[in-house]
Write a protein that binds this ligand. Structure first.
Ligand SMILES: Cc1cc2nc3c(=O)[nH]c(=O)nc-3n(C[C@H](O)[C@H](O)[C@H](O)COP(=O)(O)OP(=O)(O)OC[C@H]3O[C@@H](n4cnc5c(N)ncnc54)[C@H](O)[C@@H]3O)c2cc1C
Length: 307
């Protein structure tokens, strides 16, 4: 069997595409590697900027998107896509279990947390090293933790953790934050947040649990250790484009080059959500991409039918 469209990834972009695909009466399959749909937003405690749903939980909004796609009758498979082969008039989608054929593909594989790349990070992951304050913050109630980064996510994480932790070090390698002004002001006002400027983490120390961080202040050329029970790393995201490499064109940061119409340089392959080049990576823009992708898929299929 050959599908009209296979959507890889079931975050907000993939799920919106599934809903629109079913409404367009396309033979639609969604392939998701995680046992649960929703993507990155599942890790968020609260989403306060999706119209009509103020303060909804990240997990809940992910589930609502999935329930909607299920209600429309979209077909889902749990498997990791390992490879895409683009033939002239169809594509092969290869998972660890099976190979699927489709006339078009929507890459909606999103993004992941960037790693610090220091010693101790991998060894102590899940043992005090975390990439999600809203998921793991509760384990550090009354303790001292550190947040690494200087953007919106780092600032939000620090504020969130300050509610439950005794002390939060916010460690940033520069001397000013990149994040929103309102967050910067809130962080500076919060008494139990101590900002450590111009400083990088050289090592995360601990036997089987995080115990301290080895820090280096670049301006003062000074090294010191800080005792912490947990470290929350918020230094940005990287696109999940392993399977797209060598197939579609990527920019220098690894994002798939595609505009609002989600069209890539390869006919029949579209890119929706956080994985594509864009200004704002949010649930609302990911969902919008999913809808646009199906419109582009329909255009492509109609053109093919005429040829
Ligand atoms: C901590 C945090 C807080 C956030 N808070 C907000 C907020 O308050 N409001 C807001 O609007 N946005 C927020 N965002 C951003 C929002 O979550 C993303 O913009 C959105 O989830 C992007 O959706 P997506 O569908 O493009 O990708 P993702 O959500 O990343 O989903 C991609 C999916 O593809 C799957 N996948 C990847 N590779 C493969 C493969 N090879 N095979 C099969 N499946 C694959 C992944 O498992 C994942 O489920 C937040 C993000 C984070 C990390």
């Amino acid at each position: 069997m050959r599908y009209d469209v296979i959507i890889i990834g079931s975050g907000p972009a993939g799920l919106a595409a599934a809903i629109y695909g079913m409404r367009a009466r396309l033979q639609t399959l969604v392939i998701e590697k995680q046992p649960m749909s929703g993507g990155q937003i599942l890790n968020t405690y609260e989403v306060d900027n999706y119209p009509g749903l103020p303060g909804i939980g990240g997990f809940e909004i992910g589930q609502k998107f999935r329930e909607h796609a299920d209600k429309m009758g979209a077909e889902f498979v749990t498997a990791e896509v390992l490879k895409i082969e683009a033939e002239a008039d169809y594509k092969k989608i290869i998972t660890e279990k099976e190979t699927y054929e489709t006339r078009t593909v929507i890459l909606a594989t999103g993004a992941n947390h960037r790693k610090l790349g220091v010693s101790g990070e991998e060894e102590l992951a899940g043992m005090g090293v975390s990439y999600c304050a809203t998921c793991d913050g509760a384990f550090f109630r009354g303790k001292t933790v550190a947040v690494i980064g200087g953007g919106d996510v780092a600032l939000e994480d620090a504020l969130f953790l300050a509610r439950a932790c005794e002390k939060v070090y916010l460690i940033h390698r520069r001397d000013e934050f990149r994040g929103a002004k309102v967050l910067v002001e809130a962080v500076k006002k919060q008494e139990n947040i101590e900002i450590i400027w111009d400083t990088i983490v050289e090592r995360i120390n601990g036997a089987d649990q995080v115990e301290s961080l080895s820090l280096y202040n670049r301006k003062k050329d000074k090294r010191e250790d800080k005792k912490v029970s947990g470290v929350f790393i918020a230094v940005g995201i990287v696109p999940n484009t392993e399977i797209a490499k060598g197939i579609v064109e990527l920019d220098e940061s690894g994002y798939i080059i595609a505009g609002e119409d989600t069209v890539t340089n390869v006919p029949g392959i579209f890119a929706a959500g956080d994985v594509r080049t864009k200004n704002l990576r949010q649930v609302i823009t990911a969902a919008s991409d999913g809808a646009n992708a199906i419109t582009s898929v329909e255009k492509y299929l109609n053109m093919e039918a005429q040829n």
